[in-house]
Write a protein that binds this ligand. Structure first.
Ligand SMILES: NC(=O)c1ccc[n+]([C@@H]2O[C@H](COP(=O)([O-])OP(=O)(O)OC[C@H]3O[C@@H](n4cnc5c(N)ncnc54)[C@H](O)[C@@H]3O)[C@@H](O)[C@H]2O)c1
Length: 347
């Protein structure tokens, strides 16, 4: 499968490109970035061609699929153009910056008969996959409540163009902050783990501390705290933060009738189960990926395999749409100071 990389920044360089290179069925054929030197540099290093525009890359009939790794506001436009050009698309999260765009993306994929996958890599983390099985097997009994967290010190040291004026803080380019950057991962994950969707949210999505180079608070949220009501009756909190200075928290804790399950909470054991009877069961499955510890995500292999087999994926656009509905509903809840119902199923 011949692939084009659109947006040649950090996530393209640390995840998409190495994982395509490591997949025996994929070959990177083209690159496009606003920063032409960046695209040319990668073409020189990994092979393939640097294109002068998105349209030029998409017009190349030899390219079967693209990774969309640009800043958030351009996800929808480029994804829709790529689907209309007959390409399979792996679009990075957050899927898009408006619900209408997310719905249109999912509809375009269906019309085009092409695969649209969203970069929800947390679903492929080994301990999350194992935890879902364990929950289904009743390892902690019926889940009653949960807390799921994703926080670190912020994206300004991560971006290929780092600094306090990062696009991640720009209302025009990022549109949303920690909620859509990190919160979407855990919002999507909790629905996956529990096999149930979020039907109601009560949230605060706020900017508390993070400042741009001029010293002003950034234009997007740096913290989000949401209470999620799941369709199956489970209740829990989802926290996303760019102000956990000093250490990353990527943990989820599920409280069931028979015990407690902790995921990526202990640095040595990716799953810990504490039973009601006092037993402590430890699983050393893997270490969570962090900004500083980029292990193979598995999402590229899934994309290549699903596209080649002509099948859908668990993280296809219509599935991730419901997590995006919860993100937009949480922002609305915070703005209006009310609980908001998360309505609508898949597109
Ligand atoms: N799945 C994950 O865990 C994960 C992790 C990090 C980033 N991301 C997502 O990946 C996307 C890219 O983030 P990043 O960390 O690579 O950012 P980055 O700042 O490192 O790189 C962005 C790149 O895109 C280019 N670009 C921006 N808009 C463009 C456009 N319209 N056309 C062409 N090029 C464009 C920039 O020039 C830059 O090279 C974001 O949406 C981000 O949320 C996902």
């Amino acid at each position: 499968m011949k692939v084009g990389i659109i947006g040649c920044g950090k996530i393209a360089q640390v995840r998409h490109i190495p994982e395509y290179c490591g997949n025996g069925h994929a070959e990177i054929a083209g690159y496009y970035d606003f920063n032409m030197e960046r695209a040319k540099g990668l073409a020189g290093q990994f092979g393939g061609k640097a294109y002068g525009s998105v349209e030029e890359l998409l017009a190349d009939g030899g390219i079967d699929a693209v990774s969309v790794c640009v800043s958030n506001h351009a996800h929808a436009e480029i994804t829709i153009k790529a689907l209309r050009a007959g390409k399979h698309v792996l679009c990075e999260k957050p899927m898009a910056v408006t619900l209408a765009d997310c719905i249109e993306m999912a509809e375009e994929a269906r019309k085009a008969g092409k695969l649209l996958m969203i970069g929800q890599n947390q679903r492929f983390a080994k301990a999350h996959v194992r935890a879902k099985q364990l929950i289904q097997e009743g390892a902690i009994g019926d889940v009653i409540t949960f807390k799921t967290n994703f926080g670190h010190g912020g994206p300004e040291t991560w971006s290929i163009d780092p600094g306090a004026n990062s696009w991640f803080f720009d209302k025009e380019k990022a549109v949303m902050g920690a909620m859509a950057d990190l919160g979407i991962h855990k919002t999507d994950l909790i629905q996956y783990l529990l096999g149930s969707r979020i039907v109601e949210t009560t949230a605060k999505v706020v900017t508390l501390d993070k400042r741009d180079a001029s010293g002003s608070l950034i234009g997007v949220d740096d913290n989000a705290i949401c209470i999620y009501q799941m369709e199956n009756g489970v209740l829990g909190t989802m926290t996303a933060s760019w102000t956990y200075y000093g250490a990353e928290d990527n943990s989820t804790v599920l409280y069931g009738k028979e015990g407690i399950m902790k995921l990526y909470d202990d640095p040595d054991y990716s799953i810990t189960i504490l039973t009601k009877d006092g037993d402590r069961i430890l699983y050393d499955i893997d270490k969570i990926q962090t900004n500083d510890n980029q292990t193979k995500s598995g999402i590229i292999d899934e994309f290549v395999e699903a596209a080649m087999e002509g099948r859908s994926s668990a993280v296809d656009g219509s599935d991730v749409l419901n997590a995006m509905r919860a993100v937009f509903a949480s922002i609305e809840s915070s703005e209006k100071g009310v609980t908001v119902k998360v309505t609508g199923g898949a597109a």
